[in-house]
Structures are given as C-alpha cells and as structure tokens.
Design a protein around this ligand. Sequence first.
Ligand code: MN
Length: 245
Amino acid sequence: MYDLIGDVHGCIDELEEMLKALGYVADLNAEQGDFRHPSGRKIVFVGDLNDRGPDSSAVIKLAMTMHKKGNALCVIGNHDDKLMRYLKGSKITPGHGLAETIAQLEKTTPAFRDEVKNFLSSLPIELILDDGKLSVSHAGLPEHLQGVKNGKAKSHALFGDVEGGKKDENGYPVRRDWAQDYKGSRIVVHGHTPMKEHRTLNNVWCIDTGCPFGGKLTALRYPEMQIVQVQAKKNYQPFHPFGQS
Ligand code: MN
C-alpha cells in the first residue's frame, strides 16, 4: 500500500526512474509530475527533497503535485525545514546545497514559491500509518518520542539523537545510533543518515543511501518490505560523507 522513498535531495532523474520502477505511471496530459499507481499505492517521502542534487525545484514540484493529488505523503526533513524558514523570511545560512536550491527557485514564479512555502509548512514531523504499525519520520523516532508533539520529538525527527552538540572532524554533529537499542513493536522507517547500503536493525529501517553522493536512491515497498533501488547517475557532490547527512 505504501512505497517509502529515502532522501531524494534534488535527484530528479533518479526519482522519475524510481517511480517507474515501482509501477507509477505519469499522466502526460496533466500537470508535470502527476504520477499515480494503478492499484492506488501511495508514495511516502521521508523528507529532504531538496539541496545537493541537480534539480531540487523539479523534485519539490513533483512531490507537491503527487501530494496535492493524493498520491503521496511526505514528512519534513531538516533540509526542507530550512528551506521553509528561508521562504518565510527567516535569516538562515544557506549551506549544504541550499544556496543552489534558492537560485533554482528564484527562476520560478512568486506563486510557485508561495505554493512551496505552504506545502513545506503543512508537512508533519511524523506519520503513523497502517493502524499504528508504522512510524515514518526523517531521522526516525525512538519509542518514547513516537506520536509525541514537542520540541524534543521535533528535534529528534529532524536531526536524530545529536544531544550534547559534539561535532566530528568535518564539522557534522555526532549522532548516537539509537536504533541499536530500539525495542519498539512499531516499524520505524527513516532517512537522514546516508549509508552505503540500506539498513534494517531492530525494526528500524534506514533508507537513505546517499543518492546525491553517487550512491543510490532507495525505496521500501510496504508491507511487502521489499527494497527497490536506483543507482545515482553520477556523484553530484565532491564530498562523500556516508554516515552523515
Ligand atoms: Mn538528507
């Protein structure tokens, strides 16, 4: 019933190839990006649609169209959140590919940017699906933060377990691998931390396989729990920080 897709990060070609591989069909007479599945399956994006890849604007447009037509759900990622804050007029530092995304959006219309702002603002930090059996959030939520709406849950959903504020040698926050201790019965699916291969550990699935870093775009078919992957067409980034986002 769901096809969950890991961090897309502007990789539009790989996303379109993935949708076709999953059996989604584009309605060429309708809006660009109007993909739907003949048996009514829905895409669930785990967040981080934009930054780093070649065309964030096209990826956002596609996700927004599928969302509007009821063919996709999406949770917010840290990159989407930062773009949303920029579009709302907050002062932000446009690092990690955001400057390129902003430049792409500058070429669109104010109406489109408004639509993006409203779309991103509407995205939840977590989706609990399939009668409570599945929790989807960008960085994943441990059992005690699932279904919780507070600052701690939001921070964990966007950034993972980065308490303490320690940074590694590349300036990225050090993250605790909370999935190692997960004992919840709910299946957790998340992205955020690019891994060389998708990981399933204690009912926790990480499906971010670093597409913009020359890795793969990964989808998880649910409830079949089958993995479908599309190889990145190239390495869009000079730096390859697997294990970080
Ligand atoms: Mn990411």
